[in-house]
Design a protein around this ligand. Sequence first.
Ligand code: P1T
Length: 351
Amino acid sequence: MATTFAQQGVGKHQGFEYSRTGNPTRNALEECLAALEDAKHCLAFSSGLGAETTLMLLLNPGDHVVYMEDVYGGTFRLFDKVLKRFGLTFSAVDAADVDAVEKSITPKTRMVWLESPTNPLLRVVDIDAVSEVAHSHGAMVCVDNTFATPYLQQPLHLGADVVVHSSTKYIGGHSDVVGGAIMTSSDELEKQLRFHQNAVGAVPSPFDCWLLLRGVKTLALRVERQSMNAMEVASALQGNTAVKRVFYPGLENHPNRSVAARQMRMFGGMVSFELADEATAFRTLERLRIFALAESLGAVESLAEHPARMTHASIPAQERQRSGVGDGLIRLSIGVEDVADLIADLESALS
Ligand code: P1T
């Protein structure tokens, strides 16, 4: 928990000076998370958005970013409401369409920002194909791998340059710590990021690092169970007449199922579905008894939420509708409970 470390003489220390710059528990977490993504380096942050902000500060005014149109609402807010003020420009594209990515790249494009599967519509991007296009135009590729987890998908093996996580989610796994991480195998990027991690200061506490190290030990067990549960929940929802549409990359009718099967070990623990309208969605959410109505995801307990009014409320209604996040949409984070109980809870609320 130490914030500072006694030095033997001025400039003579044993590897640690001050805990914003470096801390042994944070080092242990960074080594562990780097190994999970098979990355050479990892840098830990105090939240997913702290990681994202630090990463974006590598860019300069005038630089252009192409990003997947369906991203976490807070990522959109960071780009649209904060970073635009500092002279960065952004284009939202459907990155599941590789040609659309290529068309939106300009001579000023420095970064292509992906999420796969996306939050909340579980769209899947061919990371390999997009990386090839981005690199041919000199842009780096960053993948927010929060939904997939390093257990299901390793973007650095698919051509990405940088991986970002909200470790608040599956990495922590127990809804008790907020954190973020960046992984890369580039020494040059690591050098710049390490400078900015210290200069900007969005660092995690040693206790939070310890909690993450404890939580991540069961990542594989949790994610396997969550993925198996999610597959069954998605199939059950598909058979329910109150449900207009189910979004899950493991379903046969998902448009990018084959890409997901190629780049992911299983299809993950997130499922979204669409009901007739907002009032029906609200009523259903209020009637769930095992699923807690709450933001966030990736923990052992199942959660349900309304993206349009909760996690994605910062996206203007028109943009939300355009990318397909409707008022009848419900997002589920499937936990490790008995799947029959989860399905019964959903069916009872829907009926
Ligand atoms: O909440 P924080 O640790 O700062 O992470 C932000 C973040 C980044 N990327 C993705 C894909 C995310 O889903 C999030 C946070 N998301 C939620 C809180 C949510 O309920 O969707």
